[in-house]
Design a protein around this ligand. Sequence first.
Ligand SMILES: [Zn+2]
Length: 163
Amino acid sequence: MRCPKCNYLKSSVVDSRQAEEGNTIRRRRECENCHTRFTTFERIEELPLLVIKKDGTREQFSRDKIFNGIIRSAQKRPVSSSAIEKVVNDIEQKIRSDYDSEVSSVVIGNLVMDELAELDEITYVRFASVYRSFKDVDEIEALLQQITNRVRSKKKSTLDETD
Ligand SMILES: [Zn+2]
């Protein structure tokens, strides 16, 4: 790392600390020639992840897009933004560990729905209705039936635990 003042190439690290919740290391360096101090940042290189859309085109994976989609579905629901943040983190982590460089938007949509089903049923239905863009009433009915079953089995398991 070249000294910004004298261009000398050797410097020593005088301080090192984490920044941005551990995603970045901030280093204080001192030039071995003129003793000027300067700061460098080290971060993990994020490999580009592409999303294959339904029409076959690709776009850059976007956390914001998922986050905003969920926020919209969670309006006036008791769902905190930190809970949504966690959902997005879990999804991104799963995608990055399971897929190298490309992932289908269908896979992402299904992951989001799995997470939302656990988080809040209403948010789940709203997201699903936008995401799946239902063709007819039968599809909505089928989805509602799934949710009803899920809620019932959840209630049943809670009852079983208290027995
Ligand atoms: Zn220097």
